[in-house]
Design a protein around this ligand. Structure first.
Ligand code: PLP
Length: 461
């Protein structure tokens, strides 16, 4: 059998068999049979990943792709970063499974202490295995700290797919029977979307001069005056799955100010936007230091590839848990894999690198290139209604017509397939399923980023 050359994380794509190739197709067919089509509904066969390194993913057929998804934003340091691999493998030689909350282990102690330092005023840290679990922890903490069960959330928000997270998620909607089981704990209010402003205006200031927030707070004030008032507000500083919607710069500060006035706990969901994705370590820092939240959810890129998420909180909110420890001393929130040792060790190595200033300088430079590249694409193609970029989170919103801004989800499907054939992986997103989302590893090389942007430009042409 012909051996493929070792994967280099900084190479450009190479397509040896039109994707999906025969091996991918066969494996996907076997998988579909075993998993069932209900979970995995798409008709056309996907490519099946075999290995990945840096910004390059190889499929079972030996095709190599530039990964502009970072595996849903997780491979912030590229795939299989050496320091994470080393840390996980050293930990595997010492301790693979611990005793959850009951008896801590050394890797958990080291990671939580490092995250506590990273959190600044949000110095208390609880761990989770997925983003949705971190959101659940935030909702539980808010309920415990405020004694209130309801939460303000935003239209278009995505906070995860577990039941607690679904309470505050608005897009995409879960299947009807699942929705029917939800408790209606969220009050969903408008999120400013400058390109599709509900008031027919491009929001120049705080969402159409403040009208989005005025509307939002009219509903919030009505709820606060009612019998079942909310205790917290949860918000993505940039809405991810809704299409990388970047709100006007004044939005987060004004939201935070109005929420504080009403004594609502403020929760930022930085699961997608955190860990340097948008430039600063946290996206909220783009608004200025005074707008820090009470609670913050992180996940995805924080672990550099390992399955870890975290809730950061100010002591005042987090210490409220103490009153709920049962007489047995058992933790009031626990899970078998809480603080999994391999994940703790890998995440510690990842955080050290992600927080290093010299690392951030490269991501910043690549962010500028992404921004400029997207702007050029917007100038050249009428199918592009708007482009958005914040650090290394980019979006191209496709329209049938620039005047009417009618969304073009079919064009997005064609674009993603054509990019795949050219060896570039990118994600669909958007409230209208018409937004190409770009989430390259923060370590992507200039030539790789340039190549991906050229492929998008050529495909649109
Ligand atoms: N919150 C945001 C903003 C997300 O983008 C996601 C995942 O895409 C989640 C929460 C859920 O995270 P997970 O899929 O790890 O449960």
């Amino acid at each position: 059998m012909k051996r493929r050359t070792p994967l280099q994380g900084d190479e450009l794509p190479s397509i040896v068999t039109p994707p999906p190739g025969p091996k991918s197709r066969a494996a996907a067919k076997r998988l579909r049979r075993a998993e069932g089509a209900a979970i995995w509904g798409r008709d056309e066969s996907p490519i099946v990943w075999s290995r990945a390194r840096g910004a390059v993913v190889e499929d079972l057929d030996g095709n190599r792709y530039l990964d502009m998804t970072s595996g849903f934003g997780v491979a912030s340091l590229g795939h299989a970063p050496p320091e994470v691999k080393r840390a996980v493998s050293a930990q595997a030689g010492r301790l693979v499974q611990g005793l959850g909350d009951l008896m801590p282990h050394a890797a958990r102690e080291r990671l939580v202490r490092r995250l506590s330092k990273l959190g600044g005023a949000l110095s208390r840290v609880l761990l989770a295995s997925t983003g949705a679990e971190a959101v659940e922890l935030a909702l539980k903490t808010a309920a415990i700290a405020t004694g209130r069960r309801r939460v303000v959330a935003f239209q278009g928000a995505y906070h995860g797919d577990s039941y607690g997270a679904l309470e505050v998620t608005d897009h995409p909607k879960p299947p009807g029977p699942v929705r029917a089981q939800l408790q209606g704990r969220a009050i969903h209010v408008p999120y400013p979307y400058p390109f599709r402003c509900a008031h027919g205006d491009r929001c120049g200031g705080v969402g159409c001069g403040g009208r989005c927030l005025e509307e939002a707070f009219a509903s919030i004030d009505a709820a606060l005056a009612g019998a079942d008032p909310p205790g917290a507000v949860i918000v993505e500083p940039i809405q991810g799955r809704a299409g990388a919607i970047v709100p006007p710069p004044g939005f987060l500060p004004e939201l935070c100010r109005l929420a504080r006035e009403r004594k609502l706990l403020v929760i930022y969901d930085e699961i997608l936007t955190g860990a340097g994705r948008t430039g600063p370590f946290w996206a909220w820092e783009r608004s200025g230091p005074e707008w820090e939240p009470d609670l913050l959810c992180a996940g995805k890129g924080l672990g550099g590839g390992v399955a870890i998420a975290a809730l950061f909180g100010k002591p005042a909110a987090m210490e409220a848990w103490r009153a709920h420890v049962p007489p047995s001393g058992e933790a009031p929130h626990a899970s078998t894999f809480y603080a999994h040792p391999l994940a703790c060790a890998g995440a510690l190595a990842a955080v050290e690198r992600l927080a290093a200033p010299e690392f951030r300088a490269h991501a910043e430079e690549m962010g500028k290139r992404l921004d400029e590249g997207l702007a050029r694409i917007a100038e050249r193609h009428r199918a592009v209604g708007e482009v958005r970029a914040a650090g290394l989170l980019g979006a191209i919103e496709l329209v049938r017509d620039r005047e009417s801004r009618e969304p073009d989800p079919k064009a997005l499907g064609r674009l993603i397939s054509a990019l795949l054939a050219r060896g570039v992986l990118a994600l669909p997103s958007g409230l209208h399923e018409n937004v190409l989302m770009l989430l390259p590893p923060l370590t992507i090389g200039a030539a790789q980023l340039g190549h991906a942007l050229e492929a998008i430009d050529a495909t649109l042409a």
